[in-house]
Ligand binder design. Structure first.
Ligand code: PLP
Length: 220
């Protein structure tokens, strides 16, 4: 059983598994659900909206992919965690929607740690700037729970490790600084099928794994 094998690997680190179910049919998701998996991540808001009503209500859905303002209604209040907040404007829009729903939406800030140009996310000074902005203090219906990052797609394990370590150090600085005393600011969403072992080593609390879990092939 692949799921159990993976969970056994995560256990010593105290990390949780977000099973990335993008492009997977509901039967495959149900199969993992029946094995006990409850956290599932989708990267497209529309796909999440379409699948959610077809699957058990106690699934904890996470959004892990890029979110545009006009799709906020599909995920706010419908997901336990949005991993991919990459701008203040987006955070403000999520807050607005959550206010209307009368809820607090948990979010992570996506940080650009990879070398590739194309990946979304903040850098540290942008985060600092946002947190110190008076407009941020007014957002009462979002709760920031940590950081998310994606490493460069490369065979260079040293580079991947440095990028994940950099994200962990950024989390630690924010924990000592702005989020001091706020125990819920603790999540490090990092690690996918190809690099989750390095991510665990560098302090990941939440790995996002898709292909490894859903493909037919066994893993070593
Ligand atoms: C698809 C995806 C994953 C999972 O990738 P795998 O390589 O299939 O494990 C993780 N995070 C994000 C943001 C993704 O889009």
């Amino acid at each position: 059983m692949k799921l159990q094998k993976l969970l056994d690997e995560l256990k010593p680190y105290g990390a949780r598994l977000c099973a990335v179910s993008k492009k997977q049919p509901t039967e495959k998701i149900l199969d993992l659900y029946e094995q006990g998996q409850r956290i599932f991540g989708e990267n497209r808001p529309q796909e999440l909206r379409d699948k959610q009503p077809l699957l058990p209500a106690d699934i904890e859905w996470h959004l892990i992919g890029h979110l545009q303002s006009n799709k906020i209604k599909y995920v706010t209040g419908k997901t336990k965690l949005i991993h991919s907040v990459d701008s203040f404007k987006l955070l403000r829009e999520i807050d607005k929607r959550a206010t209307r729903l009368g809820i607090v939406q948990d979010c992570l800030l996506q940080v650009h740690i990879a070398q590739e140009e194309s990946k979304f996310g903040f850098n540290e000074s942008e985060i600092e700037q946002m947190l110190n902005d008076l407009a941020f203090a007014k957002l009462e219906h979002i709760r920031l729970c940590g950081l998310m990052g994606m490493a460069t797609y490369t065979d260079d394990k040293g580079q991947i490790r440095r990028e994940f370590a950099g994200l962990r150090q950024m989390l630690e600085r924010l924990q000592r600084g702005f989020f001091s005393g706020q125990a819920h600011f603790r999540e490090l969403s990092m690690g996918m099928s190809g690099d989750y072992r390095i991510a665990l080593d560098e302090g990941s609390t939440l790995v996002r794994i898709g292909s490894l879990l859903f493909s037919e092939a066994e893993f070593a």
